[in-house]
Write a protein that binds this ligand. Structure first.
Ligand code: NDP
Length: 262
């Protein structure tokens, strides 16, 4: 049985190592997970051909998540509400779409978001999933900030949030700031190190060897932190369970991505 991740580019993806470690751990020796580099104009026709080539399902990443939802025969309420899919499953001649980013995020949070305030930085694909997750979790106020303000306003209208960069109990970085240049973190994001202290949970979707500057500062200030790698593992585990019907071996998956990070 074959699995994979469709993206463009996809060379950087850690999903194959993570999923192949999980498949080996589960003893699914005939299953393989591979990278599927697909430019946008080939996405839909290639995905439709995958079941005949022995594929059970695929993860979908930038820039195909919206196209994945559009081509599916049916989709979960979560994928429809987010407006994007990261998991496709091929079953009985049909394509099913799901989005495990939201549940992956809530699983990784290790604290209830209910009645807390939350600030989401960014208005791209990952911000949509996180805003949906926080809305579902019952936060008392959902704030969104983005460099391009019109995009923040559009998402705020859609998810019942306000456009604001006011510090909050839960702060989630859904921008790519900090990925390549850690020194940009406190220059390009509207937050101060002093806002990230005890009682605050700080999540960075971005992951880097040794942790991001945002998380390292927050941790030093006494905040709870959630690394993007944890969310990668949690969303991957949910996808794997959908395809195999087996409980995902989280620890083996975590070790596989940590090995690459080292
Ligand atoms: P998108 O390309 O959809 O969105 C990028 C966001 O980053 C936009 O809001 C953009 O703002 C903002 N941004 C980019 N550069 C800057 C800057 N210099 N200053 C301020 N804002 C900036 O990306 P995604 O939402 O899919 O992903 C965001 C990050 O999260 C990526 O680094 C990705 O690797 C990571 N990620 C991690 C996952 C995980 O499992 N841990 C899952 C998905 C993503 P603007 O609108 O103004 O351009």
């Amino acid at each position: 049985m074959r699995l994979g991740v469709c993206g463009w580019p996809v060379a950087h993806s850690r999903s194959p190592q993570m999923h192949n470690a999980a498949l080996a751990h589960l003893g699914l020796s005939t299953w393989r997970y591979q990278k599927l580099p697909l430019p946008p104009h080939l996405f839909a026709e290639t995905v439709r051909a995958l079941p005949a080539a022995g594929f059970r399902g695929v993860n979908v990443t930038i820039p195909h998540k919206e196209a994945a939802l559009a081509l599916a025969d049916d989709a979960t309420e979560t994928a429809k509400a987010i407006g994007a899919a990261n998991t496709l499953t091929f079953e009985h001649g049909r394509i099913h779409a799901d989005n495990t980013d939201a549940t992956g995020f809530l699983t990784s949070l290790h604290t209830s978001a209910y009645e807390k305030t939350a600030l989401v930085l960014g208005a791209g694909g990952s911000a949509r999933a996180i805003l949906y997750a926080l809305q579902q979790a019952g936060v008392s106020e959902l704030r969104v900030w983005n460099r391009t303000e019109e995009k923040a306003q559009a998402l705020a209208d859609e998810f019942g949030a306000v456009v604001s960069a006011q510090p909050a109990d839960i702060v989630v970085n859904c921008t790519s700031v900090g990925l390549h240049d850690p020194s940009a973190t406190f220059k390009e994001l509207p937050i101060e190190a002093d806002d990230l202290g005890a009682g605050c949970t700080v999540v960075d979707m971005v992951y880097r060897n040794g942790g991001t500057l945002l998380l390292n500062v927050a941790k030093a200030n006494g905040a709870e932190v959630v690394d993007g790698l944890e969310i990668l593992v949690a969303q991957g585990a949910a996808s794997l369970e959908r395809w195999t019907g087996r409980t995902a071996p989280d620890q083996a998956m975590r070790e596989a991505v940590a090995d690459i990070a080292r």
